[in-house]
Design a protein. Structure first.
Lengths: 497, 111
């Protein structure tokens, strides 16, 4: 693997709009999914012969189903407000990574086939046929968008550009052009139960190993129960929490919170994954099928509360879509949010005085918080607007003495994507990921210099994996990133009950 | 599909260089895969690779990083039972790089 050839762009003290590099990223393509992977999801195994007609028909189908897509394709006036808001454009300089230009790859085909002016006078209105070259551009550039929706915050028309990316990916899947990373993973969720492909016995072995570690660390029997019927809480969390570092430290943090509060809880081997990559590829049927495992598990185990671990897009799927995908949840305890984020659960316990902390345990850290895009711009927490920003920060302040925010233009609803979201956290797109991380790395560099920040907390498995990988390219230590519940786990006071 | 040549025989790999048929794996193939990663295999590297294969045979998945570090710590000493040591051996990341050399499929997901 080319680990050393790739170098990160230089960090600048303030954001600068890059000099355009036309076509710089055109050749950077995610590995296509092979026939086996595609067919397992019901997609054609390879590019179908009549791909042009099929693609146009599929686009027509989506326009009929999603009024929003038609509005977004019609409404853009090319004002340019979004152009310099995308981390991939800022990092690569490729003009087709400007959100407006990326969308126009689809919009020009829409105009050609679905508007009267584009049918009659294509050249006058920027309408174009779907040629093989255009399709190649779709595959390159719609797979260099993390669907983070930062550009949408700045769009005067509120165009949700992620929805256009999702539609383009849905059209491509329907003609046989999927990406290996997303579609292999979705297949594993159906086959094994999680993105990793971690079978039940391996999960149980891993969890007992972590229980041993917790016993050694604390002297207490802190449990990580799985498939326990009658537990009050079912926790659905990304499978990376079982497998990878730093993710696993947050898992240990959740276990300590449940232990300290005396809440009975369980994980499920059937729903051993919070992630829902069906959203990334814009496929409603896949999204629903993946989410259904959660409903089946909560009913089977008889849990009264449904809690979601640190996973950004899973929280979007849970908060915004579960009710219509797999609801209603009228059998769950109405005294708690349905579903509830693990941060809401911990924050509520802190508010009620049910947890106490030794903040000194985190004194080696000066902490900052990276808002994950899907939590920040597609969901909420708690009962007040902006709870998704305040609650994680309030938890950090409760468990650590030193906290500073990064540049206000780069956090909360204006947060920059980590560079690996939306289904592109794959080695074959490492260049896109490293370059796309530039704006976040610049904001981090500033607080490292001004306040000595040495820990960037986040509540998303993709953010954690992405930063662990790309931080070293920017000369930061990969251990600088971790979870909010990692900090909670460090500081929480545990006593024999 | 790509392939690698080992002792005059050709073995199929996927587009990222992972061995397609893990039953074909032997130490010579492991050495060739390691060369592709610019890694000189030492006895410590082999400890990790062999543990991965044993674990995979039992559980059909590579071990979690924490399970691996604990096992290596027990075998090679507590100072080596951490991910920093594993990153020294496999700079691109123990999960992905060591799996490739061990002939196992690449772990997928948000890792």
């Amino acid at each position: 693997m080319a680990t050393t050839q790739l170098s990160a762009p230089p960090l600048k003290p303030y954001p600068v709009i890059p000099i355009l590099e036309v076509g710089a990223m055109a050749g950077t393509k995610s590995f296509p999914a092979n026939a086996q992977i595609q067919q397992a999801l019901g997609f054609p195994g390879e590019l179908v012969e009549d791909w042009h007609d099929k693609a146009i028909a599929k686009l027509g189908e989506l326009l009929g189903k999603y009024r929003s897509l038609k509005v977004y394709l019609d409404a853009c006036v090319h004002c340019g407000a979004c152009t310099d808001k995308c981390h991939y454009f800022l990092g690569t300089g490729d003009p087709k990574n400007m959100p407006v230009a990326r969308q126009d790859l689809l919009r020009k085909v829409y105009r050609r086939h679905f508007t009267w002016s584009g049918k009659l006078f294509p050249k006058l209105v920027g309408a174009e046929d779907l040629t093989k070259e255009v399709l190649d551009d779709w595959y390159s550039y719609f797979n260099q968008c993390s669907e983070c929706r930062r550009c949408s915050v700045y769009c005067p028309y509120g165009i949700d550009t992620a929805e256009i990316t999702m539609a383009a990916r849905e059209v491509m899947d329907s003609i046989g052009l999927g990406t290996k990373y997303t579609n292999e993973i979705i297949g594993k969720v159906h086959r094994v139960g999680n993105n990793l492909g971690l079978p039940g016995p391996a999960l149980q072995d891993t969890l007992s190993s972590i229980e041993e570690d917790l016993k050694e660390e604390t002297g207490l029997d802190i449990r990580l129960p799985v498939n326990e019927k009658g537990a009050e809480v079912l926790l659905v969390t990304p499978s990376a929490d079982f497998f990878a570092e730093p993710h696993v430290y947050s898992l240990m943090g959740y276990a300590k919170v449940f232990h300290a509060a005396g809440i009975s809880w369980t994980l499920s081997t059937h729903a051993s994954e919070a992630a829902n990559f069906g959203m990334f590829i814009g496929n409603y049927a896949q999204m629903q099928k993946i989410a259904t495992r959660v409903r089946e598990s909560v009913l089977d185990l008889g849990a009264k509360r449904l809690v979601v671990g640190e996973c950004g897009h899973a929280w979007r799927a849970a908060y915004s879509f579960w009710n219509t995908l797999i609801g209603p949840f009228d059998f769950l305890d109405p005294n708690y949010p349905v579903p509830q984020h693990i941060c809401e659960l911990t924050y509520d316990l802190i508010q009620r005085g049910a947890l106490s902390f030794d903040k000194g345990a985190n004194d080696k850290y000066v902490v900052t918080f990276h808002d994950s895009c899907n939590v920040a711009r597609a969901s909420r927490m708690g009962s007040l607007p902006g709870g998704q920003f305040e609650i994680p920060r309030a938890i950090i302040r409760a468990v650590a003495h030193k906290f500073v925010d990064m540049n206000p233009e780069t956090i909360r609803e204006k947060t920059f994507c980590c560079g690996g979201g939306g289904g592109i956290l794959t080695d074959d797109l490492l260049e896109v990921r490293v370059k796309g991380a530039l704006p976040r790395m610049e904001a981090l560099q500033a607080v490292v210099e001004s306040d000595g920040v040495n820990f960037m907390a986040t509540i998303c498995a993709i953010c954690k994996a992405q930063f662990s990988k790309v931080l070293p390219y920017y000369k930061f230590n990969m251990g600088m990133v971790g979870g909010v519940h990692q900090l909670v786990g460090n500081a929480i006071r545990l006593g024999p009950k | 599909m790509s392939s690698i040549e080992v002792n005059g025989k050709s073995y199929e790999t996927d587009e990222e260089g992972y061995l397609v048929n893990l039953a074909e794996w032997d130490e010579d193939i492991g050495k060739v895969l390691a060369q592709g990663e610019n890694i000189d295999m030492t006895p410590s590297h082999w400890e990790v690779v062999n543990f991965l294969r044993d674990y995979y045979n039992e559980f059909q998945i590579a071990p979690a990083v924490r399970v691996l570090t604990k096992a290596i710590g027990k075998k090679l000493g507590p100072d080596k039972g951490n991910s920093q040591y594993l990153y020294e051996l496999f700079p691109y990341g123990p999960a992905k790089q060591a799996c490739k050399i061990a002939g196992l499929p690449k772990p997928t997901g948000c890792i």
